[in-house]
Write a protein that binds this ligand. Structure first.
Ligand code: PLP
Length: 369
């Protein structure tokens, strides 16, 4: 193997993603590469769609992993569902809500943003009031805002969006496989996620799901989807039907990894996986309290898998992260945007959400602070 790769040492990944990859996923990634139209591979693709539907709690036929990271999933939802002049409402309280605004604006949509303070959740009453004012084509919100550690009330927003007549688009990059995201029960019309968070796969794929209403909007478009690579009207011909036609060469081994990641979650049981994330968060919260550290976010809106921890007065935040990495082989994340220098982001995602890893971080923090 190349010397640079040979030299790599494992790091306990406790930042905002990627998370630590378990051994069976590494083994899955190293399985033999076969042809992307080989019947054995087509069968893995079909199985993947079923696994994703089960994890997402949906019967949506259009459920598949897009080739590309979470941002490709975001872009997929917008390029397929938004046409120039569409009125789009984004509920924003962090970096990834702002990214939605940017993506929708580039498509020529009439984008409105309802902003909420970073570190606080989207306020349902304010959303209800805005949705009373006029109909929208689409409303977008981030479920788990990785930049702040806030969980947004997706379940309560869904019925309001449905009443308005808009499509409901949800970013589940950080939430999927770490907390419930029942797509059908919550009235979600389009959802995208990523593999490197609570699925504990390396980055590179973005599972998406479109409801029947979303598919109807896609089929009724006046113009073609303005992006060739992410055009779902073409991609479905590769991912479904009796005869598959080439669109692009699927990232075959990455899909093996996702297949194994989904199997791990479904075998453990969704509820057990969510409970494990909550338990890891509670253990971290208790340990941080003993160290005198505080959270940015009020308890009711805190995510289990992403913890924004306030940096105490007089502590060099970058030096602490460097010490954790160099002396303890643990990675935690820095703050983003306006929260840079104000918080650390501690991820307890997927395979990382385990008591022994939380203990290892708390011990290292105690030694370094
Ligand atoms: N949305 C959220 C909530 C995220 O946390 C991220 C990545 O951290 C993204 C979107 C973008 O995903 P990626 O970096 O995989 O493109």
């Amino acid at each position: 193997m190349h010397a640079q790769l040979e030299a790599l040492q494992e790091v306990l990944l406790m930042g905002p993603g990627p998370s630590t990859v378990p051994p069976s996923i590494y083994r899955a990634l190293a399985q033999p590469t076969i042809g992307h139209l080989d019947p054995a591979f087509i069968s893995i693709m079909d199985n993947l769609k079923e696994q994703l539907k089960e994890l997402m709690g949906t019967n949506n036929a259009l459920t598949l992993p897009m080739s590309g990271t979470g941002s490709a999933g975001m872009e997929t939802c917008f390029v397929n569902l938004v046409e120039p002049g569409d009125r789009v409402l984004i509920l924003a309280n962090g970096v990834f809500g702002k990214r939605m605004q940017d993506v929708a604006t580039r498509l020529g949509a009439e984008v409105e943003v309802l902003d909420f303070a970073w570190g606080t959740p989207v306020v349902v009453e304010e959303v209800a009031a805005r949705l009373q004012e006029h109909p929208y084509a689409l409303v977008g919100v981030v479920h788990a805002e990785t930049s702040t550690g806030v969980g947004n009330p997706v379940e309560a927003i869904g019925p309001l969006v449905r009443e308005n007549g808009a499509l409901f688009l949800v970013d589940a990059v950080t939430s999927l496989a770490g907390m419930p995201v029942p797509v059908d029960a919550w009235g979600i019309d389009a959802l995208y996620s990523g593999t490197q968070k609570c699925l504990s796969c390396p980055p590179g794929l973005s599972p998406v799901s479109f409801s029947e209403r979303a598919v109807n909007k896609l089929q009724a478009r006046e113009g073609r989807v303005p992006n060739w690579y992410l055009d779902l009207t073409q991609i479905v011909n590769y991912w479904s039907g009796e005869k598959r036609s080439y669109h692009h060469t699927a990232p075959i081994n990455m899909l093996y990894g996702l297949c194994e990641a989904l199997a791990l979650v479904l075998d453990e049981g969704k509820d057990a996986v969510y409970a494990r994330h909550r338990a890891a968060h509670a253990q971290l919260a208790e340990g941080l309290q003993e160290l005198g550290l505080t959270f940015l976010v009020e308890e009711a809106s805190r995510l289990p898998m992403l913890n924004a921890v306030e940096i105490p007065e007089g502590v060099d935040e970058a030096a602490l992260r460097a010490a954790l990495l160099n002396r303890h082989r643990i990675e935690i994340g820095a703050g983003l945007g306006p929260l840079a220098g104000k918080v650390w982001r501690v991820g307890l995602m997927g395979h990382t959400a385990r008591p022994e890893y939380v203990e290892r971080l708390l011990t290292a923090l105690k030694a370094e602070l």
